[in-house]
Write a protein that binds this ligand. Structure first.
Ligand SMILES: C[S@@+](CC[C@H](N)C(=O)[O-])C[C@H]1O[C@@H](n2cnc3c(N)ncnc32)[C@H](O)[C@@H]1O
Length: 270
């Protein structure tokens, strides 16, 4: 349900107040590890309780709760299946830009669920996931065993690690989903490493603040993401990378009312 009128003014004022009051964070590898090692560990018991792949891909009681979010650019109080929404966008982008792929890698695969989704729908696609946090890799491995899907996961910091940690073969394409958001200024390094491991190109569903609308909520979103040290200068960094072309689309639907994600499709030339 879209939040309108006085309620909308009140909600946006609250979001602005929180954004202005929040302290600055300096995001680095340790910040991300502190946040996600513990965060992913909490899913260990949840995985135990899930008796089907579908219940693991959209967690009842966790992800199906109505909350204040951004739906098609409108501030809304709604129950949105965000994992499915993002996966649908990813698959549509693959279908339009990289037909007939047979392999894919996710960088920053978290609990590994996006790849289980792809493998279950497209069993002919070889799927690989790299993730910074050991707990994410551990739970992803347990889930693929539990649901009997052939996906491989490995621990990797795709900014700082050397070539010996890229243990999977090169794939047709790669993607990130809300992982570059954690890397404020080094997205050119991330993209270069990712592109060095693919034949065709990559897709990125990420909150790129430079694409946020110049509305009050869009501006508060920019302030909020700057203070929590999320991704910035993404497109400027992308333009530094030689021999690529890229296209983008704003998909202004997110679990966060201050977030307007974009989907970028990068193609290697030659
Ligand atoms: C918001 S989660 C998204 C997880 C997954 N992509 C999804 O859609 O469910 C971001 C993930 O990116 C990972 N990440 C952040 N920086 C990374 C890096 N330098 N190397 C590998 N993974 C990283 C985090 O550990 C975290 O698991």
């Amino acid at each position: 349900m879209e939040v309108k009128g006085l309620d909308k003014v009140k909600k946006i004022s609250e979001l602005g107040y929180i954004a202005l009051r929040r302290p600055f964070i300096k995001r680095g590898k340790v910040t991300v590890q502190n946040e996600y090692e513990n965060g992913w560990k909490a899913y260990s018991d949840i995985l135990e309780r899930m008796d089907s792949l579908e219940s693991w891909l959209y967690l009842k009681g966790v992800e199906d709760q109505p909350l204040l979010c951004n739906v098609d650019g409108k501030i809304s109080f709604a129950q949105v299946n965000m994992p499915e929404f993002n996966r649908n966008h990813l698959m549509k982008c693959i279908e339009s830009n990289f037909k007939n792929i047979t392999s894919i890698t996710e960088f920053g695969s978290g609990l590994g669920r996006n790849l289980l989704y792809i493998k279950s729908r497209f069993p002919h696609i070889q799927c690989y996931g790299y993730e910074l946090c050991e707990n994410g890799v551990m739970i992803a491995n347990r889930a693929k065993e539990k649901f009997g899907l052939d996906v491989q996961y490995s621990q990797l910091d795709f900014i700082n690690d050397g070539s010996e940690k890229y243990i999977f073969p090169k794939t047709d394409i790669a993607f990130t989903m809300y992982a570059l958001e954690q890397i404020p200024l080094k997205s050119d390094i991330a993209i270069s490493h990712i592109l060095s491991r693919v034949n065709m190109g990559s897709i990125h569903i990420e909150p790129v603040v430079e694409n946020y609308p110049m509305t009050l909520r869009g501006v508060i979103g920019r302030i909020d993401h700057w203070k929590i040290d999320y991704l910035r200068n993404f497109e400027t960094n992308l333009r530094k990378i030689p021999n690529i072309t890229f296209s983008k689309q704003l998909i202004p639907t997110s679990h966060n009312p201050l977030m307007y994600p974009s989907i970028y499709c990068i193609k290697k030339m030659g």
